[in-house]
Design a protein around this ligand. Structure first.
Ligand code: MSP
Length: 489
């Protein structure tokens, strides 16, 4: 088998299928898709995974409320997720559903490995449970008697349960964080995790006797596995753990998650992996939330934005661009359509769209050979873009790309190619067409459809990042529609 140095495995959370996807879920998908596509541009072997989390009390209740049979209910919603991701040009390589047989099989093997390691024992759980978050809380953790995460009512639980010796892994986790500085990301959130782990870890209840919609606990089938524990294992079940595929792709390079589920991914999951004898992922990135008037966008608050409606109104690529350009990855941001329109009008239409249209219009009227020497090269900070992408600073990379686009527009304004002819015009067009070809490569992870359209107009094939440098222009230009049109309020 080929070496592992050029593999890249990125995952998103698997989403609960209690309702259709909203813009918050789409954000995680778009961010992860851009990173996956970037690594494909680098020529790496990429595996990009998403899926749906289909068990547990929350989903059983959602189906019951709608008077639907649970399996039929989750089947329908899983399709809604798939359709939405297709609509947003998401390029996932697989889609795992926790009701699939392949998932259950790996979950059994994983739990057995933890058990063989002496990490599971029977006891009694007594404490609180938040159904919408599917999370256990102690008295001390509650906020004014309610869930500290979502503020909703919690229920009292007292039942027989099997436990995972999470407490055993405190030191090992702290050592791992120390030895792997990039594991907890962004840095601004790492202290919180480290301090909580330093404060001590309690063993985790990992089975529920009273929850019927779930995967049976292999050692005692009167119990079902706690939904979070089996859900985390999806990252391995999609690789068919203990196969050539899992040997190649594990450990995951990035688990992209929202900040409210950081603890599960940065603490519980690595401890489970230690227990099963596996390496933890290389990085857990906990991104921020889209809010509406300061409140987290969520179905229960009733303030969700429909991603397909936004894409329909402004185009898929404008939405993708806006989502990553508007807020630095890691921060929260308030959603507004006005801000989306401003970015579409000023950056996509006025900068990128206008540049392409102007350059292609002039090129069409020129029938000489296009050649010259690269004068615009110095305005492109390719190293900076690569560094930003490596550090998952997606908005920073876009800023640098836009710096280059603006430099190209300035070049047009200053040089006035419409007043030129002969070798001078050939040289200006050479610079601008090569720049557009390079821009098209650089924006392709962010706006794949726009990149395809621009390539078609330039008459070039889509390239790898290694081709994002000035060479001979070989395209056959054929001007088309504007890439973006301005939209009024
Ligand atoms: N099923 C669990 C995850 C299990 S992963 C092994 C879950 N599902 S969820 O449907 O609630 O999705 C949560 C994720 O959706 C967040 O972590 C985040 O990635 C995304 N978002 C949901 N609402 C969001 C915002 N308002 N803003 C940004 N991201 C949001 O938790």
């Amino acid at each position: 088998m080929a070496g592992k140095s050029d593999k890249f495995y990125i995952t998103t959370p698997i989403f609960y299928v209690n309702d259709v996807p909203h813009l918050g879920h789409s954000y995680t998908m778009v961010v992860s898709d851009i990173i996956a596509r970037w690594h494909r541009l680098l020529g790496e072997r990429v595996f990009f995974l998403t899926g749906t989390d289909e068990h547990g009390e929350k989903i059983a209740k959602a189906a019951e409320l709608r008077k639907e049979e649970v399996k039929a209910f989750v089947d329908k919603l899983a399709e809604a997720y798939k359709a939405c991701w297709k609509g947003l040009s998401i390029s996932n390589d697989d889609f795992i559903r926790t009701t699939e047989r392949r998932h259950e099989e790996v979950v059994f093997r994983f739990i057995e490995a933890m058990d063989r390691n002496g990490d599971l024992y029977k006891g009694e759980y007594e404490g609180w449970y938040c159904v919408p978050d599917e999370t256990f809380f102690t008295d001390l953790q509650l906020k004014e008697g309610r869930c500290p995460v979502c503020g909703r009512d919690v229920q009292k639980l007292k039942e027989e349960s099997y436990f995972f010796r999470l407490s055993k892994y405190q030191d090992r986790l702290l050592e791992y964080y120390k030895a792997n500085e990039n594991f907890l990301a962004p840095k601004s959130r790492s202290a919180e995790i480290i301090n909580r782990v330093k404060g001590g870890l309690k063993d985790l209840s990992i089975t529920r006797k009273s929850v019927k919609w779930g995967i049976p606990f292999p050692m005692d089938r009167k119990h079902n596995i706690y939904v979070w524990v089996e859900a985390l294992i999806n990252y391995l079940s999609a690789l068919d753990w203990r196969s050539e595929k899992s040997d190649l792709f594990w450990p995951a390079d990035v688990h992209m998650v929202g900040k409210e589920i950081n603890w599960f991914h940065s603490v519980i999951w690595p401890a489970m992996l230690f227990s099963a004898g596996l390496e933890p992922p290389r990085k857990v990135f906990a991104h921020g939330w889209w809010t509406v008037e300061g409140q987290k966008m969520s179905k229960s608050v009733g303030n969700v934005v429909d991603p397909m409606a936004m894409a329909g109104k402004y185009s898929v690529d404008a939405l993708r661009y806006f989502l990553v350009r508007e807020i630095p990855l890691g921060d929260d941001g308030d959603f507004s359509e006005k801000a989306l329109r401003l970015r579409l009008n000023n950056e996509l239409a006025a900068d990128l769209g206008n540049l392409a249209y102007r350059v292609l219009s002039i090129t069409e009227k020129f029938d000489g050979k296009i050649e010259g020497s690269p004068e615009l090269e110095a305005s492109l900070d390719l190293k900076g873009i690569e560094k930003d992408m490596q550090e998952l600073n997606l908005s920073g990379a876009l800023e640098r790309i836009w710096h280059f686009i603006k430099a190209c527009n300035k070049y047009v304004n200053d040089k006035k190619p419409w007043e030129m002819d002969g070798a001078e015009l050939s040289n200006a067009l050479y610079n601008l067409l090569e720049s557009l070809r390079i821009i098209s490569i650089l924006v392709s992870p962010f706006m794949p459809e726009t990149s395809d359209r621009l390539n078609a107009q330039l008459g070039v094939k889509s390239g790898l990042l290694s081709e994002a440098k000035f060479g001979a222009f070989k395209g056959k230009v054929k001007k088309g529609e504007y890439l973006f049109r301005k939209i009024d309020a």
